[in-house]
Design a protein. Structure first.
Lengths: 508, 294
């Protein structure tokens, strides 16, 4: 008997339909074979399906079973074909009719239960697009799939339950979407927990508002990591469209936990500096997403930035510029978005104690120059804000009774959200969202400087020897400062503040 | 033709002969020796030495003192190393003064290489580059202290600006003492480790200076420009916060966060004021701290 069942293949974050065709023939030698360019993980599904069916109390037919995955010229990987294959075999031998317009997707466990499978959201989106009404997924992935409204998502617990359902003996409830705990935990730190660092905090606020890349420079223990980790707390939560983009990437890479729901907070990724180029950018034989794509619409925090291999740093140039990345491999090709905010941190010198109030630096001039040169110039060019993170002498702080009231992250976030709204309004006819994304032509269009402000900037170019790129970076930063100030024009004091975050000579 | 002056030569500096056995046998040089000696480059020489790890204070005070001293026609002798040495050479050429750089390497090399711009400026301002080593001799651990004896030997007096314990500047000062030359030191804060060598020299009897006049007096030169220094400045009216910042910085250099806390203003507001003051040239930033320009 021949059965055809709908399923999908996820290539990156794109989805294509796959027909799982199963023929159970009475003639010929008993065999169980999968054809149609099945990868290793798909080939292994034979044993899982056989054992799962047996363990569900059904005898596995001693017949000639041929499974074809069509289209046969696309490599299929992953464990999601266990369910459609098993359902096909069961339908053949138990003679039940499968519902029209349905899609099956999920990995089997040897005892017949279904396991959480990556990519459930993508298949649900595909189902909706193609007008497929019913989608059967593992119960733990059902919530993820039911983010998509307008289709029937059935969360299946095990094979026995599913056969019972098709034979009309048991019921499976349609899954309703329930918001669960977010994939990302609350930020580790609140801004109010950080002592001192008034300027660094302000720089973080500006960076968050305009989506600017930022580099933090300070000695070990000065609080660079703490500042970076507090950053998600002041970022606005994701818009609906952004949420879906991010969740798709996480679903494709299997980063959504069982029972997980849509991602609403900004992603925060902090890979270690030993990361490989493929780990950061993405790739591998299956062209999977890298950290920069997982940080899409969020923060990519690169601690100890000069320690990253040069090749890894250089590879980030194009993605930072374009916000989009095409990975091509011989057997796979994928396009991932990667519009992230880069937060880098660095020591001021190899020993780390340059400008330290107590310890003295033991580096020579040359060593410091060599160290600062490790960061690729073109990457530094794409970092708008540069800020020092000095050591806070906590003993000084305890003496100081008239401590400035420290704002918490929520208060700062309100200002950030306001500034973002102003930008969204400004760029409603453009393809960009934030000031940081402005190209030079857009800077000319949206950042008119008053005479006073222009004079000041020219004076700064003269005395600080600013490059043309630094000139535009300063204007972009000043635009964000003005937005935080709710000012239409960029005034003198906005430029003056933006100049605080310029690259200083002979330093990073 | 290689430019070299032998010890027997008439043009060999008289002061170096006083070193007797230690006097270098040959001096290789760059620049115009005859013109320089005729105009008395070796008459009034002051050695200026100090730490490679110069602080912002060291830079500031070197610039201030040397521009006044060199402006009065005194030749500044130093070792062309980065830090105080290079700063002293630079301050001299900035006021168009003459300076002699004694190299620890062969005369054909520039060491450290990246100071090639300063090297050219020294020669353009009729200064001299001198080395007792020929050709492409590479600087070695022992050639640095040997070079120091020429620095001290050429000069009537040695001024030490910043020096750590066991630093090369102390070696130069020891040579100066051995050759019966005067040793001046610039006082620095006791907390700084580039003041340790200075303290040691003071204990050993070096003379502390409080201004360029102390050195000029020693050379018997009057500083004419001194009186009209302050009158040139036009006082601009300052805002309250600017006054506050100036007052704070007069006491000690501070970071922006410290100024924000002291003034109880936000980092944004203080940042604006500091940027403007910096562009007006009232203050400058070095190693994260703001200093008053004087």
């Amino acid at each position: 008997m021949f059965v055809r069942i709908g399923s999908v293949a996820n290539l990156g974050i794109e989805t294509i339909g796959v027909d799982v065709e199963i023929n159970v023939a009475n003639k010929g030698l008993p065999i169980f074979e999968i054809v149609g360019l099945a990868g290793k993980s798909v080939d292994e599904s034979k044993e899982r399906v056989r054992t799962a069916i047996l363990n569900s109390g059904i005898e596995f037919p001693r017949k000639r079973i041929i499974t074809n995955l069509a289209p046969a010229d696309v490599v299929k990987e992953g464990s999601c074909y266990d369910l459609p294959i098993a359902v096909g075999i069961l339908a053949s031998i138990m003679k039940f009719k499968l519902p029209e317009k349905s899609l099956f997707f999920g990995e089997l466990s040897l005892d017949g239960t279904l396991r959480h499978t990556k990519g459930a959201l993508l298949s649900a989106l595909y189902a909706k697009e193609k007008g497929i009404e019913n989608i059967y997924v593992p119960k733990s992935s059902a919530n993820e799939a039911s983010i998509v409204s307008g289709i029937n998502v059935f969360g299946v617990e095990n094979l026995k339950q599913l056969t019972g359902f098709f034979l009309g003996k048991t019921q499976i409830q349609k899954s309703d979407y329930a918001e669960s705990n977010d994939t990302f935990d609350k930020p580790d730190f609140d801004m109010s927990e950080i002592l001192g660092q008034e300027q660094a905090k302000r720089a973080m606020e500006i960076a968050a508002s305009g989506g600017h890349n930022i580099i933090l420079i300070g000695s070990p223990g000065s609080g660079k990591t703490m500042l970076a980790k507090a950053l998600p707390g002041i970022l606005p939560s994701l818009e609906e469209k952004e949420s879906l983009e991010v969740t798709k990437i996480y679903s494709a890479s299997g980063n959504i936990p069982p029972e997980g729901s849509i991602i609403k907070t900004c992603p925060f990724r902090s890979p270690h500096h030993t990361i490989s180029q493929i780990g950061l950018i993405g790739g591998g034989s299956n062209a999977g997403p890298g950290e920069i794509s997982l940080a899409h619409r969020g923060v990519l925090f690169l601690d100890e930035f000069p320690e990253f291999p040069r090749s890894v740093m250089e590879a980030m140039r194009q993605p930072i510029e374009d916000g989009l990345l095409t990975i091509s491999r011989s057997r796979a090709k994928a396009v991932y978005p990667c519009r992230f905010m880069l937060v880098a941190s660095s020591n001021p010198c190899p020993c780390g104690y340059l400008c330290h109030p107590k310890k003295s630096c033991i580096c020579s001039d040359r060593e410091i120059k060599k160290y600062t040169k490790r960061i690729s110039g073109p990457i530094l060019d794409r970092i708008d804000l540069r800020v020092d993170v000095p050591i806070v002498e906590s003993d000084k702080f305890l003496e100081n009774t008239k401590d400035i009231k420290r704002e918490n992250s929520e208060e700062i976030r309100k200002r950030v959200v306001d500034a973002r709204n102003i930008q969204r309004e400004r760029f409603r006819n453009e393809a960009i969202f934030t000031n940081a994304e402005m190209k030079n032509s857009q800077i000319k269009k949206y950042c008119q400087l008053g005479k006073e402000a222009k004079n000041l900037l020219n004076q700064a170019v003269e005395s600080y020897n600013l490059s043309a790129r630094s000139y535009f970076k300063t204007i972009k930063t000043a635009r964000t400062v003005a937005d935080l100030d709710k000012s239409e024009d960029i005034k003198l004091n906005h430029i003056a503040e933006a100049l605080q975050y310029r690259p200083k000579t002979h330093e990073i | 033709m290689e430019k070299v002056i032998k010890a027997e030569d008439k043009r060999y500096p008289r002061v170096l002969k006083e070193l007797k056995k230690e006097a270098p046998k040959k001096l290789y040089y760059k620049g115009d020796w005859d013109e320089a000696t005729d105009s008395g480059i070796f008459e009034n020489c002051l050695a200026v030495v100090g730490s490679r790890r110069m602080t912002a204070y060291g830079r500031q005070i070197t610039q201030k003192l040397i521009s006044q001293i060199a402006g009065c026609g005194i030749t500044i002798v130093s070792g062309f190393m980065y830090g105080i040495d290079a700063e002293a050479h630079q301050a001299t050429v900035n006021v168009g003064g003459r300076t002699i750089a004694i190299m620890p390497c062969g005369i054909n090399l520039i060491h450290p290489e990246y100071q090639d711009k300063l090297y050219k400026e020294i020669l353009e301002n009729k200064g001299l580059i001198i080395s007792e080593y020929e050709g492409n001799f590479w600087p070695t651990l022992w050639s640095y202290p040997r070079r120091n004896r020429i620095v001290a030997g050429l000069s009537m007096a040695t001024l030490v600006v910043e020096a750590g314990e066991k630093s090369g500047s102390l070696i130069t000062a020891n040579f100066a003492r051995k050759y019966n030359r005067k040793i001046f030191v610039v006082p620095g804060p006791l907390t700084s480790n580039v003041s340790r060598g200075i303290c040691q020299l003071i204990k050993e009897g070096a003379e502390v200076i409080t201004g360029a006049e102390d050195i000029l007096d020693y050379f018997g030169i009057r500083n004419k420009s001194k009186n009209n220094e302050d009158t040139n400045k036009v006082k601009q009216p300052k805002s309250k916060i600017e006054d506050f910042i100036i007052k704070e910085l007069q006491r000690e250099p501070l970071e922006i966060d410290e100024l924000a806390r002291a003034s109880e203003k936000s980092a944004a507001e203080i940042g604006v004021v500091l940027s403007l003051m910096q562009l007006k040239g009232e203050i400058f930033l070095e190693k994260r701290k703001y200093y008053l320009n004087n």
